[in-house]
Design a binder for this molecule. Sequence first.
Ligand code: ADP
Ligand code: ZN
Length: 615
Amino acid sequence: MHSAPADTADPTALGILSTVFGYESFRGDQQAIIEQVAGGGDAIVLMPTGGGKSLCYQIPALLREGTGIVISPLIALMSDQVAALDAVGIRAAYLNSTLEPYEAQAVEQQLLAGDLDLLYMAPERLVLPRTLDLLSRARLSLVAIDEAHCVSQWGHDFRPDYLGLSVLAEAFPGTPRIALTATATEATHREITERLRMPAAEHFVASFDRPNIQYRIDPKDRARDQLLRLIRSEHPGEAGIVYCLSRKSVEQTAAWLEGQGVAALPYHAGLDARVRQEHQERFLREDGLVIVATIAFGMGIDKPDVRFVAHLDLPKSIEGYYQETGRAGRDGQPSTAWMAYGLGDVVSQRRFIDGGEGSEQFKRNARSHLDAMLALCETVTCRRVQLLRYFGQDSTPCGNCDICLNPPTTWDATVPAQKLLSALIRLDRERGQTFGAGHVIDVLLGRESERSRQSRHEQLSVWGIGTELSEKEWRTALRQLLARGIVEAVGDFGVLVPGPQAGPVLRGEVTVELAVDRSPTKAPRQRRSGGGPSRAAASLEPAQQEVFDALRSWRSGVAKEKQIAPYMVFSDATLVGIIEQRPTSVDQLGLVSGVGAKKLAEYGEAVLEVLGTDH
Ligand code: ADP
Ligand code: ZN
């Protein structure tokens, strides 16, 4: 075994896991996947974010002769990925446009000399004839295609360059390929298999549950204030990602948080590339920063200690939502996925789709994604069950989402729903006019406005028939009726009309049960039996907390000096492990999960010193 690091004594998968990475046992399918690829076979791996996909190609690359090529769309992250591997003693490099020609040449030499365990590159680079020629002269252990869902044309991260990866099948027929993704829908799975031409691959589909993430969706009521409350009461000083739809709201929210004393940075595609890169790097390297971003941010960010992901606007699909929220808690520690969502989100997104460009098929597709997202928001049963079902996996109520922790009360809203539909039908007859939610509610409440006076809506029979509900209650009801297709928002202006499910309601054939808006969940953290791997740093006792802080401050000193991210020194989970196991010697420290041979040699003495151990 020529390619493993010098101090890897045990050339088995388990030996590498323990010596190089400092972990005791494999998770889920990791071992089976590693065996498949190390044995020369192809694999398609569907595993949630934080599930441990990287080891599935890193270990086979160390077990096999030659260099493992890792295809990743994320040029900006390659240097970090390489730094993290370097920290555990794996010989890795990358080839991309950020390198000077002489640097690229040096990497090519290393590759040809067999001095690399792993080499990262983007798909557009791989398919260049020059690169294919280079690779054909090197010895390859495997090709890993990370973020493989980027090949899916109807998916949320489509990258045309991924389609070119089909050449791999012919270019390197004897080299095993492993495609990995955290997107688990049936359609994506099929597209990966077909477009990457991997008919003989073995398929590994993990459970998509992320038990340490608490899912919560609150009715929107001044979203920024809600966000600030979440940060202050549950995640002070912790790292988080806040997603907003527009660049403008990204900038405003970041500035506003700063003004409130929360360290926050904006990130969106409109920012200068250098600023963007700098913000991303600071987020990765500093402890406890909040990044406010559009969905342009996050793919491939493997910062393990992101404690919360917040959505201030409704995501466009469940796939996107699950990927984004999945960036919380990769280290298995308790984390929060929180969203604020309101009537305005539903109407504006529908309007955006209907008024946008794109073919009819594209719009239909976007609408069905949105509908599934709305159904999740308005569900009155366990969110996790609903999410997992979307990915084709059955489960039971989780006890760690807002619905389980704080079940909503429902009420019979059949009559109000009928009144609302009647009002929509009346208003719809006023040809050429367009009425949004605000005006419909004015009519139901009999509230005069410029609009109602002009349009003489006071004379309609439905004028003022809905005074039994307040405006807020009507908005809540309308939101849920929209999510269920009883009402529909159509056209460029989001005009409300009876939806496909309206008929049976109007005819009184079904009753409509709606949920009362719950007050925001401030849930006690609950762990499910058999949940995450270790206790939360948050649950440490005060004396232990002090040690944790001391270890963290030692860690950030080391990280600064080495110019790497703190988690590359040790993750929070490893620090908690150290505190719990109280090692008194270097040997004992080596037994803590996440402490491999290289890190032990490098940091062992220093850690024991911080612990105040007389060794
Ligand atoms: P993914 O790429 O699937 O999102 P990663 O490969 O980044 O996940 O792994 C997530 C975290 O879990 C990392 O911090 C990784 O070191 C850790 N991890 C992976 N496999 C194991 C294991 N068998 N035991 C302990 N920790 C693991
Ligand atoms: Zn639940």
